[in-house]
Design a protein around this ligand. Sequence first.
Ligand SMILES: [Zn+2]
Length: 80
Amino acid sequence: MTCPACEQAAKNPHCGSYRMQCLECCARLVLSAHPSKPQAASLLAAIERFPQNPGREQVLACVAQRLGKPRSAPAKSPTP
Ligand SMILES: [Zn+2]
């Protein structure tokens, strides 16, 4: 599930090439903004403007996976 831009990025993480139709690329792009939420949100908005983009939900799920925080995980309340 990779594209030429993903392969390029694997060899050279700073090449900055992304394909907005590729879920891996979208996740990589959003993660590049992490942990800035406003920046990540604006990148997500930009991704959504591309035709055939994987969709916000898919991208967010992939980003969460990369961060090791599956969205389906049972939430433990940190508040006392
Ligand atoms: Zn890609």
